[in-house]
Ligand binder design. Structure first.
Ligand code: SF4
Length: 115
């Protein structure tokens, strides 16, 4: 069940804290960043946990465990591509490069995804 006191502001703090703890950065494009954070918040309201807004969720915390933000694939994606699948988190180097985030391959195994 979702907590009614949990707000979009809490999601923003969560992404700041997650980035800071991992020495990542949040996407400096504030509109884009907010759209991903809104997606996380919508998922929180729907499922009760912060499941990735760029993927299809099962709606079961156990089955979605690998894609609860920050997902299990994020660190490897940031190392390899400079940003996570949703491009919410980035490396400092990627931001400094001035490159725009693009579509990256899905690391989540097909058999972990809903049909
Ligand atoms: S790709 Fe992973 S780290 Fe990025 S927003 Fe989705 S769940 Fe979070």
């Amino acid at each position: 069940m979702s907590d009614n006191k949990f707000s979009l502001e809490n999601v923003k703090k969560f992404s700041e804290n997650t980035a800071s703890r991992n020495r990542w950065r949040v996407n400096p494009d504030s509109d884009f960043r907010e759209s991903v954070e809104e997606g996380l918040f919508e998922n929180y309201k729907q499922y009760g946990y912060l499941v990735c807004p760029c993927r299809e969720a099962w709606g079961s915390r156990e089955k979605d465990r690998d894609i609860i933000c920050p997902c299990e694939y994020c660190a490897d994606d940031i190392i390899e591509f400079g940003h996570c699948y949703c491009a919410l988190y980035m490396s400092e180097a990627f931001i400094a490069s001035g490159e725009e985030p693009g579509s990256i391959p899905e690391r989540r195994d097909q058999k972990l995804m809903p049909d």
